[in-house]
Design a protein around this ligand. Structure first.
Ligand code: TPP
Ligand code: MG
Length: 372
């Protein structure tokens, strides 16, 4: 019998989370209004209690990042509509707590790999807003020298290893990066973000299998926003509790409320400890929701306004701000001060992108893989 054949503590925890929570599941449709409100209040209370345990400066920094991502994405939508940004553009609005919470739990040397919905993770990992905006504009000052655009942000200096447009393509890459970190004798871990639709790809299953077998310190973060383009999870996946898929490979898994920044941070801290101390992988199903369309060109006819509004009541930026206010960490003036610093940073990034030159045509021949 294998050592984790019985439900592990995290599996039991996941079962509890499923049993307790209706807010972020399909069953919410059947739940009564009072049941939903009760759960909403209970989760707000939980977030407030967590705030007490975290350092004040860190909390304020996390709030800055949340607001920065929200305003940056709003500016992207505006610039895209003005025709300044070409190609695809997938916004992260609604999911901010996942990137900020998760990346706050790792060190600068650790790695992050993610999908095409990556502006938020790039900002949280420390890629400069200037270079991200310039990349979206396809300019030479962009973090990928203007060759990648929105879906291919990359910054080796902060170990942000993409921005990947092939659904699930980053999962085996992150597994390899974490393998290399271990092979070289470092204690670094890799965080790998992907959507719930990517879990249907074979590469996900191959990666988790090897990660557990070879003890690879990779943390798999499934951002379950319930849709893969216009297809609802329930129309595409036979087993809808995504966390359970990790059990097939005996990988520890947890379900996390993705609207609660500190819940995400705590779950990733646990996973990082497992990665560094035991060199083991973890799978986190983080339940969230995207407030915008799949990409800027998606009219979003496949879901109702009422559904979106239901999730907007648990807007992660508003929830976190409210928790900090209620705990006396910040007041209205403090929030305004953060908003104005964020506005300056975003405006500066737009100026930087506007003023950055077009890439030199000779650049077409650099960064191209050639066998010598
Ligand atoms: C291998 C592959 N198949 C299909 C696509 C087209 N495609 C782009 S995004 C997407 C949906 C992915 O949804 P999910 O993984 O849940 O991430 P989300 O967009 O919700 O963040 C699809 C099918 C692709 N880019 N790559
Ligand atoms: Mg999705």
């Amino acid at each position: 019998m294998s050592k984790q054949a019985k439900p592990s503590p995290s599996r039991a925890q996941a079962e509890d989370a499923n049993a307790a929570g209706v807010l972020d599941r399909e069953v919410a449709e059947e739940a009564s209004q009072s049941q939903l409100e009760q759960e909403h209040e209970a989760r707000k209370e939980e977030q407030k209690n967590r705030v007490e345990e975290v350092d004040r400066d860190l909390l304020l920094n996390l709030l800055y990042q949340m607001i920065l991502i929200r305003r940056f994405e709003e500016k992207c939508a505006e610039s895209y509509s003005l025709g300044k940004i070409g190609g695809f553009c997938h916004l992260y609005i609604g999911q901010e707590a996942v990137a900020v919470g998760a990346i706050s739990a790792i060190e600068k040397d650790d790695y992050v790999l993610t999908s095409y919905r990556e502006h938020g993770q790039a900002l949280a990992k420390g890629v400069s807003a200037d270079e991200i905006m310039a990349e979206l504009y396809g300019k030479a000052g962009g973090c990928s020298s203007g060759k990648g655009g929105s879906m291919h942000l990359f910054d080796r200096d902060v170990n942000f290893l993409g921005g990947h447009a092939i659904v699930g393509g980053q999962i085996p890459l992150a597994t390899g990066v974490a393998f290399a970190a271990k092979y070289r004798g470092t204690d670094r871990v890799a965080l790998c973000f992907f959507g719930e639709a990517a879990v249907n790809q074979g590469a996900f299953h191959e990666s988790l299998n090897l990660a557990q077998l070879w003890k690879i310190p990779c943390i798999y973060i499934c951002e379950n926003n319930q849709y893969g383009m216009g297809t609802a999870l329930k129309r595409a996946m036979s087993l809808q509790d995504v966390w359970q898929k990790a059990c097939s490979y005996e990988v520890m898994s947890e379900v996390v409320d993705g609207m609660d920044l500190l819940a995400v941070r705590e779950a990733v801290l646990r996973a990082v400890e497992r990665g560094r101390k035991e060199s083991l992988p973890t799978f986190l199903e983080i339940r969230t929701y995207r407030f915008m369309g799949h990409s800027m060109s998606d009219p979003g006819n496949y879901r109702t306004r009422a559904e979106i509004e239901k999730y907007q009541e648990r807007d992660p930026v508003k929830l976190f701000t409210a928790s900090l206010k209620e705990q006396g960490i910040i007041d209205d003036a403090g929030v305004q001060e953060i908003e104005s610093r964020v506005r300056e940073e975003v405006e500066r990034s737009v100026r930087f992108a506007e003023e950055s030159p077009e890439p030199d045509p000779k650049e077409l021949y650099t960064h191209v893989y050639k066998e010598q």
